[in-house]
Design a binder for this molecule. Structure first.
Ligand SMILES: C[S@@+](CC[C@H](N)C(=O)[O-])C[C@H]1O[C@@H](n2cnc3c(N)ncnc32)[C@H](O)[C@@H]1O
Length: 222
């Protein structure tokens, strides 16, 4: 039999994949705080400028949008998430922050984005691709909704299937890939100029910060 503390922790962390109910809301608040340095570091590696239109895929509780709006007040930041709880918290946080140019925050799945073709300058996905049923399908969707020449970024902390096992045990349904595997998925989806960045963090189960960035070829509309 599992110790009650461990059981509760596992129940909480199972909400990483798709936050639900009170534990889901708690997890979202924890991520909004715990991922702050991931948001900041990811945006340091993205081609960004004020006035751009961006899409957050798997937005969770909206922490990344608030960081973007702090850096670039005129950005219009749209977001999508499969979880009703995430969408509700993201909407609440964006409304409370009184952002100058708020975007649409809607429910949807990465593999079938409810957004029009060629709409965004940047689409990003932070700490979420582990949970997507099909990574290449999600990246193809990001490519479709980007303007020609636009960029996509995927950021992960778990990037070593062996070292991250302890984290996988806690979170449950989660697929950890190396940055090289994610970069390969970018190429398979049709991205060009795929590059990756890494920063050590000294936490073994979370294997540093990794950001994979690719560009939609300039001649492609959809
Ligand atoms: C670990 S949280 C990260 C949230 C946020 N990006 C952050 O860093 O704070 C993962 C989020 O991805 C969402 N998600 C999982 N699978 C998804 C999918 N297939 N399509 C869209 N969102 C998904 C979950 O509902 C959850 O809100």
């Amino acid at each position: 039999m599992k110790a009650p503390g461990k059981h509760l922790l596992s129940k909480l962390f199972r909400n990483c994949a798709e936050p639900r109910g009170a534990l889901g809301r708690l997890m979202l608040r924890m991520m909004n705080r715990g991922h702050r340095r991931v948001y900041a570091w990811t945006f340091d590696h993205c081609p960004l400028a004020d006035g751009m239109r961006t899409l957050d895929v798997g937005c969770g509780g909206g922490g990344a949008i608030l960081e973007l709006a702090r850096r670039f007040p005129a950005i219009r930041a749209d977001a999508v998430d499969v979880s009703e709880e995430s969408v509700a918290m993201c909407r609440r946080r964006v409304a409370a922050a009184d952002i100058a140019n708020p975007g649409e925050i809607i429910r949807g799945e990465a593999g079938a984005l409810p957004m029009a073709d060629a709409t965004y300058d940047l689409a990003y996905a932070i700490e979420t691709v582990y949970f997507w049923p099909d990574l290449v399908a999600g990246l193809r969707e990001m490519l479709r909704v980007l303007k020609p020449g636009g960029a996509a970024a995927v950021a992960v902390e778990c990037a070593d299937p062996v070292a991250s096992q302890e984290w996988v045990d806690l979170v449950g349904r989660m697929e950890v890939r190396t940055p090289e595997q994610i970069a390969e998925a970018f190429r398979e989806a049709g991205f060009a100029d795929v590059a990756f960045f890494r920063q050590e963090t000294g936490r073994s189960a979370l294997c540093g910060l990794h950001c994979i960035v690719g560009r939609k070829p300039a001649g492609e509309a959809a």
